[in-house]
Design a binder for this molecule. Structure first.
Ligand code: UN1
Length: 488
């Protein structure tokens, strides 16, 4: 890349500089390198953005679903065409490896294509009526202006899977991305405007928590979709409820992988490593707990540790790198503090756990791939999300105990179970209380056409993706449909 990109805000089709505090996004592998800079938005920018979105809403809602979808399909082509370049920028700004970053950009294109084709799918339902000569039709209407608040860890895929359905169902959008990843937000908004989205339909305001609050509390916002921490998600949902508008909050996870005695050992090791350390563990679906049954525990731990120790940690744009840095200084500090607390509380560090002392890894926001073993005593690392490359292992005597330990969390986003026994797999489906369950694959991953979201305290409101997205981004009108009196 040449110099830092310049951060702008998109309001009513105009790219504006913003009048707030300085905003600087750095490369987490080399924090002296600035990736993007500019100024944060201020509350009056949010007012203008909501005003523009409200003004654009009636004509966008009146535009046919196929025509709205066509804009998304055009944006998908732009995103796909730029996948290599934007992937490199994403890796540089967020810290996931280049291969993962390019994959994420392609995934955003796939999501745009999925929702771009929504016009070809079912748009409502029809019921028969108890009264002769009548039918009952259930149609869908947009909510209006939707506030979209997105996290740093998927800087383009998560915005795509919120903004694409919001738009195709006829809503207009005011979007605040995480201030650590403004560059990819600019790229995504550019793709949509270059695809011919009318002014005001998508508005982008970049800033910190104050801008998020200004959106969430704005009287012109008709619905809010959020992905991020549990604390913020609950506050947003409460604020939305107080104003009487719907909210969708995807929040924390403390996702377990359960490895049973009869598992395919090599497959399980490979998948647990991917689940725990891909994206440097910074996914709400990452594997952060591992439960392994007694018969396979020693062999599994030995193989897992050998591979965890061999992981190549480094600059994400180097193709040999398997794990990059975490996103920021504060993320590095809180993850490191979480590991220290675990040790104080009795966890045994099996690998990692210590800060890098010298060289490039000490300069950047790196955290070593860390595996700790726990006994039965309560330890925070078992219950609290660290959002980093830290895996906590517990041993179970049998499958029953393993399933119980998997459920031993207030969260219930995703889980993985490794077994070759169909009966055990079916028991896992029944017992493990999560929104997403993987049998013989890692705990992360989501396809655009199926519901995504958590059980228990991992989510609030309707799920995301596929048909579930329509539940959130529309409301229904039940139409009792009868003709006039025949012959009169
Ligand atoms: C995935 O597992 O690939 O914030 C997607 C997150 C989730 C998305 C996970 N909302 O990590």
């Amino acid at each position: 890349m040449t110099g830092p990109a310049s951060v702008r805000h998109l309001i009513d089709g105009e790219w504006l500089p913003g009048g707030g505090d300085a905003l600087v996004s750095v490369n987490p592998a080399r924090p002296t390198v600035v990736v993007a800079e500019g100024s944060c938005a201020v509350a009056s920018d949010v007012d203008a953005a909501v005003g523009a979105a409200a003004a654009a809403a009636p004509s966008w809602a009146a535009t046919g679903m196929h025509q709205r979808g066509a804009r998304l399909l055009a944006a998908a082509e732009i995103v796909e065409r730029n996948a290599e370049r934007w992937g490199l920028e994403l890796a540089t700004e967020e810290g996931k490896t280049r291969a993962e970053a390019v994959g994420e950009v392609r995934r955003a294109a796939q999501i745009l294509r999925y929702y771009g084709n929504e016009g070809d799918r079912q748009a409502g339902e029809i019921y028969s009526s108890p009264r002769p000569g009548e039918q009952i039709l259930v149609t869908r209407k947009p909510l209006g202006v939707v506030g979209v608040v997105t996290p740093f860890n998927f800087p383009i895929a998560i915005p795509a899977w919120k903004i694409a359905p919001a738009l195709v169902y006829g809503n207009t959008v005011v979007w605040k991305p995480a201030s650590t990843v403004p560059l990819l937000a600019l790229r995504f908004a550019e793709a949509l405007t270059d695809a011919g989205l009318p002014p005001g339909v998508l508005n982008l305001v970049v800033g910190g928590a104050d801008i998020g609050d200004a959106i969430v509390n704005h009287p012109g916002i008709d619905g809010i979709t959020f992905t991020g921490s549990t604390g913020v998600g609950r506050r947003i949902a409460a604020a939305a409820a107080a104003r009487g508008v719907p909210a969708q909050a995807e929040m924390g996870g403390k996702n377990a992988a359960v490895v049973l005695d009869d598992a395919d050992l090599d497959l399980a090791v490979e998948q647990v490593l991917l689940g725990a350390f891909r994206s440097t563990g910074q996914k709400c679906t990452a594997t952060s707990r591992l439960i392994v049954t007694a018969g396979i525990a020693d062999a599994f731990s030995e193989a897992l540790l050998a591979q965890a120790r061999a992981l190549r940690v480094g600059d994400p744009v180097d193709d040999a790198t398997q794990m990059g840095p975490v996103v920021s200084d504060s993320a590095q500090q809180s993850i490191t503090a979480g590991i220290d607390t675990a040790v104080t509380q009795g966890a045994t560090v099996l690998t990692g756990g210590r800060p890098y002392q010298d060289g490039a890894l000490a300069q950047g926001y790196f955290v070593a791939p860390t595996v700790v073993e726990l006994g039965a005593a309560p330890v925070d690392v078992w219950t609290d999300e660290l959002f980093g490359p830290v895996l906590a292992i517990r041993r179970a005597t049998d499958a029953e105990e393993a399933f119980a330990l998997a459920n031993d969390s207030e969260f219930g986003l995703s889980a993985a179970v490794f077994t070759q026994d169909m009966t055990r797999a079916l028991q896992a489906v029944e017992r493990i209380d999560v929104g997403v369950l993987h049998v013989n694959s890692e705990s992360a991953g989501a396809d655009p056409h199926v519901p995504f979201g958590g059980a228990k305290k991992s989510g609030l409101g309707p799920k995301e993706q596929g048909g579930a997205a329509r539940e959130f981004f529309t409301h229904t009108t039940t139409v009792y449909l009868r003709g006039g009196r025949a012959g009169s």
